[in-house]
Design a protein around this ligand. Structure first.
Ligand code: BTN
Length: 269
């Protein structure tokens, strides 16, 4: 079980985790945060679970959440920016996870917009949800699942999923990763990135760092647009987090994550 006391000590003065809800089992930590908000929770409230019975993934998929090995956590954010910019926080969380993963000596990268990958396999997913309130305000729930010490994966995700442990074992550094330390590293980095985002009002000050983490930068990608798939070269992101892709005719298009997804030409990344 994640040790709440250890985590509070490690988090020290971090804004995220100022209030902590720790559950052995829950349906979804995102739902925990929604309930907490209805009871008055403030920005920074953190929900963590050992196991989720209805973990939510992007695009209506579910997020496999077996007990005892991984991290499943959600944060309550009340950004000062307008709601249309709120989804950018997802990219900040991906950066925070990459930084923490690199702290373990692993070569973490981001598959745009927000999957964290190691050796081309997904180790972390992030789901950001926006909720409007009766007073006209809004809040954001950002939920993150990191495959930390899991070593066995269901057949249907074996080809595309990995964990931090499987990658360390592969590099012959066999160890069990301390989840409290990892979570603390993620939250502390997220606090820094979020502060910069709030000050700038967009991703302009973080673009270069994000692009350095981008897995398929300057590589051929397939843009899966509902209006028709096309291929191009991923160049980087703009200040709002859209992916800039050069078309074969030389034109550069900004691709918005809500509408399309992007794959490598030869596989998932
Ligand atoms: C994805 O599909 O890539 C996003 C997965 C997000 C999973 C996390 S686990 C913690 C939080 N609670 C949920 O129900 N989902 C997110």
């Amino acid at each position: 079980m994640i040790e709440k006391k250890k985590l509070s000590v490690l988090l020290d003065n971090c804004l995220f985790g100022n209030r902590m809800i720790c559950r052995e089992v829950t349906d979804s930590t995102n739902l925990e945060i929604c309930c907490a908000r209805k009871e008055g929770a403030k920005e920074g409230c953190l929900a963590i679970a050992e196991q989720q019975t209805a973990g939510k993934g992007r695009r209506g998929r579910n997020w496999s959440s077996p007990p005892g090995e991984n991290l499943y956590f959600s944060l309550l954010l009340c950004p000062q920016t307008e709601p249309s910019k709120a989804s950018m926080v997802t990219l900040l969380m991906a950066m925070a996870v990459v930084r923490a993963v690199r702290g373990l000596g692993l070569d973490g990268k981001i598959k745009w917009p927000n999957d964290v990958v190691l050796s081309g396999k997904k180790v972390c997913g992030i789901l950001t949800e926006l909720f409007f309130e009766s007073d006209g305000g809004y809040y954001v729930v950002i939920g993150t699942g990191i495959n930390v010490n899991q070593t066995v994966f269901a057949q249907e995700i074996q080809a595309t999923a990995a964990s931090l442990k499987t990658e360390l074992d592969f590099a012959d550094v066999q160890s069990t990763i301390d989840r409290e330390n990892l979570l603390c590293a993620v939250l502390k980095s997220f606090e820094q990135y979020y502060g910069k985002f709030q000050a700038d009002g967009d991703l302009s000050g973080l673009r270069m760092e994000y692009e350095e983490m981008l897995a398929n930068r300057n590589m051929a990608v397939k843009v899966l647009d509902p209006k028709g798939a096309w291929e191009g070269v991923a160049l980087g992101i703009n200040d709002t987090g859209e992916l800039l892709v050069r078309r074969p005719d030389g034109g550069v298009e900004a691709v918005y994550a809500g509408e399309v997804s992007v794959r490598g030409i030869y596989g998932y990344v």
